[in-house]
Design a protein around this ligand. Structure first.
Ligand code: SF4
Length: 362
């Protein structure tokens, strides 16, 4: 028996080419595309504007490889919903749905595990398992839309994994999300967040994508970032900020810096001053995110006083500063926490400071 073609994750031109290859007209591809990405179909049987014969033929030749919901947890504190999805190969990834101020946001994973191995991150402690395919990335969104029956307005690639180490699949999935016959999410509402993969930032700049760019900065010195975001040893701060500066110049877009505030590590007045110096010339805004503690990891959340002091020191900075509270603290909503907890029911506690397979990095 010939293997079925997995068509979830195909762009419209790819689907047209495939449909033509099995003897169908290109307009069938448009119908399929809408069923998969807009109407969130789980099977060919649901595609009622296709004839019974065609549905049978599709079921024999193609597969949708729909993700299944393994666990779903709703936060009693803020209503955010965390999903643990089971992939077809048995591995699992997490996604989070959040509502705030009219925005309906989904945070997506791009890998199982992550090779960057940031020691403050639960995903980083898992090691790297694999890159998600474009179908597995968009499949998370499709299943959340279907499960909640909502029209998602915003996407953030801030779940498990480093999106820019899975560049092609992430950009492909983002393009599908943005497409007219797909979920049709505006490009400016799709944010790709990177720990600082400089060649990929330069490629993103060169390719002139309209998606938003966010950088996980998390430190104001190479010493801090070397510990907290180990990829910094390969792409230090000056190289990272030069690439970001070039991006803002070429794209005329603002960039967002994420700064996870950790008690006693990067929360001093000197850090705030250095931050102003480093980012002062870059059109940007900064999200300060008080660290979300994980019982298995050694870092601690800052007190409210420390947070307020830090913000006061940034008062005169030339960029906008916002505080983003981690959602779903009662449901382990920070990236990788649910997957590592689920895993820890079966295995020992995760490593705290693995260096990960850095050789896989661009
Ligand atoms: S914070 Fe992001 S880049 Fe760092 S280990 Fe976690 S998933 Fe990977």
């Amino acid at each position: 028996m010939t293997e079925k073609t997995i068509i979830t994750g195909y762009t419209l031109p790819e689907l047209e080419e495939w449909a033509t290859g099995i003897g169908e007209k290109p307009f069938r591809a448009r119908q399929l595309y809408q069923w998969i990405y807009q109407k969130n179909a789980r099977s060919f049987d649901e595609m009622l504007n296709l004839s019974k014969d065609l549905r049978k033929k599709l079921a024999e030749t193609a597969a949708l490889n729909v993700l299944s919901i393994d666990r779903k947890m709703v936060s009693q504190k803020d209503g955010s919903i965390k999903y643990l999805f089971r992939l077809h190969d048995g591995l699992a990834v997490e996604s989070v749905y959040m509502e705030e101020g009219g925005r309906k946001t989904v945070c997506l994973s791009t890998m199982v595990g992550c090779p960057i191995a940031c020691p403050y991150c639960a995903t980083g402690s898992m090691g790297f398992k694999k890159n998600l395919s474009s179908g597995e990335i968009i499949g998370q969104l499709v299943q959340i839309r279907r499960d909640l029956n909502v029209r998602v307005s915003n996407i953030v690639f801030m779940g498990m994994g480093e999106p820019f180490l899975n560049y092609e699949n992430v950009i492909k999935a983002a393009n599908i999300m943005n497409s007219e016959l797909g979920p049709e999410i505006a490009a400016r509402r799709i944010t790709i967040s990177t720990a600082g993969i400089v060649p990929a930032i330069r490629r993103f700049t060169h390719e002139n994508h309209r998606f938003k760019l966010a950088i996980s900065l998390n430190g104001t010195t190479d010493l801090q970032r070397d510990e907290l975001v180990p990829i910094n040893r390969k792409y230090p701060l000056n190289e990272l900020l030069a690439a970001v500066r070039d991006y803002t110049k070429k794209s005329h877009r603002r960039v967002t810096f994420e700064y996870i505030l950790i008690a006693g590590f990067n929360d001093s007045a000197d850090d705030a001053r250095r931050l102003t110096g480093l980012l002062g010339q870059i059109p940007c805004k900064i999200n300060v995110i008080p660290y979300n503690e994980n019982e298995f990891l050694p870092y601690r959340a800052p007190s409210e006083k420390t947070l307020n002091d830090f913000l006061r020191h940034l008062y005169k900075a030339p960029f906008a500063v916002t505080v983003r509270r981690s959602k779903g603290q009662d449901i382990a909503a920070a990236c990788g926490q649910l997957a590592t907890r689920t895993r820890n029911r079966f295995t020992r506690a995760p490593r705290l400071t693995s260096s990960g397979p850095l050789q896989n990095i661009v």
